[in-house]
Design a binder for this molecule. Sequence first.
Ligand code: BES
Ligand code: MN
Ligand code: ZN
Length: 499
Amino acid sequence: MEFSIKALSPEKKKTGCMVVGVWQGGSLTRGAQLADKASGGQVSAVLKQGDLSGRSGSSLLLHRPSGLAADRLLLVGLGEQKKFGETAFKDAIRSASNALKNLGAKDATLALTDLEVPGRDLAWNVRHAVTGLREVLYRFDILKTGKKLPVPALAAVTLAVVGGASLKPAERALEEAVATADGIDFAKTLGNLPPNICTPAYLADEAKKLAREFKLGIEVLEQRDMEKLGMGALLAVSSGSRQPPKLIVLKYLGGAKKQKPIVYVGKGITFDTGGISLKPGGEMDEMKFDMSGAGSVLGTMRALAGMRAPVNAIGLIPAAENMPGGNATRPGDIVTTLSGQTVEILNTDAEGRLVLCDALTYAERFEPDVVIDIATLTGACVVALGHVASGLFSNDENLAGEIGAAADDAWDRVWRLPLWDDYQEQLRSNFADMANIGGRPGGSITAACYLSRFTKKMRWAHLDVAGTAWKSGREKGSTGRPVPLLVRFALRRAGLKPR
Ligand code: BES
Ligand code: MN
Ligand code: ZN
C-alpha cells in the first residue's frame, strides 16, 4: 500500500473514497463541512435523517456524492467532541480502515489526519493513521489453500491535511510510520508461522535475508560456538530438541561512529512445551508465540533500517526449542552460565530466563549504551497486567522513564513493576548460586530479578510481553507488539542526542 500526504480540500480531490469525520450530536469537522457545502448539504441532510449517530465506531458510506470529485464519501463517527483523544482517534482510523477494506475503491483519501488530538501533534496523527490502517489490512493466509478472503482493492491512501503548515515533519513521520508498519507486519508473520516452520534455523535464515536486504551486519553463533563460549544455560534449553539452537546477532549502524548502541535482546523460543516440566495440553499451540520477543527485535531492526534511522542498534536473539526428550534437561540439573554463575534448574519451563541470561552476558561485548530485553517470560505477567500493558522492569530510572514515554507515544503501553532486592531471596538454591524459579508469588518479578543478576554492569530494562505479544481466541494471532514502542524509543533517543 502506498501512502502520501497532501494539503488539499476534500471536495476537490479526485479519489475512490473521501473519508471525513462527524461528531456525535451532529456537528461536522472541517473536512465534513467542506464536503457538506460542496454537495449542497448532503452530509447534514443524512445526519438530520438520523442515518449516522456520530458515535465512535459508526460510519456511513455515500455513493457518488454530488458536487464532490470523489466517487464515494465515507462519514466516520468520532464520538463526543469534548472527549476526543487518542483512543477516539485510533477508533476512527480503525472504523474507516474496516470500511475501506471492504470497498472496491483502489484509492482513498483520509481527511481525519488533522483532527486535533489534545497533547499530540500532526506527526503523531500521521504515525497512528498509517499504523492503524496497516493493522486492519494485515493478513496471514499464506498457509490456506481453500477459499481465502478477497484481497482488498485499496492500494493507495492519501492523508489530507489543511494547507498552510509545513508538511515536512508530517512527511518524515509518514516515512517512519510505513517502515514501522513493515516491521510490525514482519514480527506478526514470524509469530503467526507454525512452530514446524518457524524454528531457530528459520529465524536465523530470516535474519540473514533481512541483513542482505537492508545491508545489516549479521553473525549467527552455532551450538559449537556456544559450547566453546560456555553458554550452559542456553544449551540446557535446547538439549531436548532436535532443532539446533542459534544465537543471532544483527547490527544496524545508522548513527554516529562513537555512539554506543542500543542492544535489543529477544527471547526466541520457537516452541515451549515446558520441557520435562511439561505444560498442560490446553492452548499449548500458543507457545509457538514464545519467540515473539525475537520477532519484535527482527521487526524493530527492519523498521529502523527501513527508515534509515540515525541510531546504532544491535539485535541479539537466543533461539531454541524447549522440548522433552532423552537428552533434555532434568529438574535439579545444575548448569554454568556464560557469566560463570551456576543455576539449579528446578523447572525446565522457566526456560526463557535461561536463554536470556547467556544472551545478556554476551551483550556486554558490544559495550551497549542500554540493553532492553523483550520476552514472553511469565504467565504471571498476564495475571498482573492482562493484555493491555507489557511489564517493565529496569535497573535505571532514566531508562525506565524513557521507555515509559516512548510507550505512551507509540500507544504500546507498559507498566513498571519493582525489582527490589527483597524479592531476590526467592531465588535461593541450596546447591547452586541461584535457582531458576522463585515460586508463585510475584512470578514476573522474580523472573526479572533472575535476569538482573546478569545485567549488573549495564543500564538495562526488561519487557515482559507475555500478555501483549499475541491475542487468543477467535482473533488468535501475533500483535507485533512491542515493535511500535521499541522503534519509538530508538527514535526519541536519537532526537535527544545530537549526532
Ligand atoms: N513462555 C512461558 C510464559 C507464558 C505462559 C507466556 C503463558 C504466555 C502465556 C514461560 O516460558 C513459562 O513457561 N513460564 C512459567 C514460569 C514458571 C515455571 C516459573 C510460567 O509462567 O508458568
Ligand atoms: Mn516455559
Ligand atoms: Zn517460554
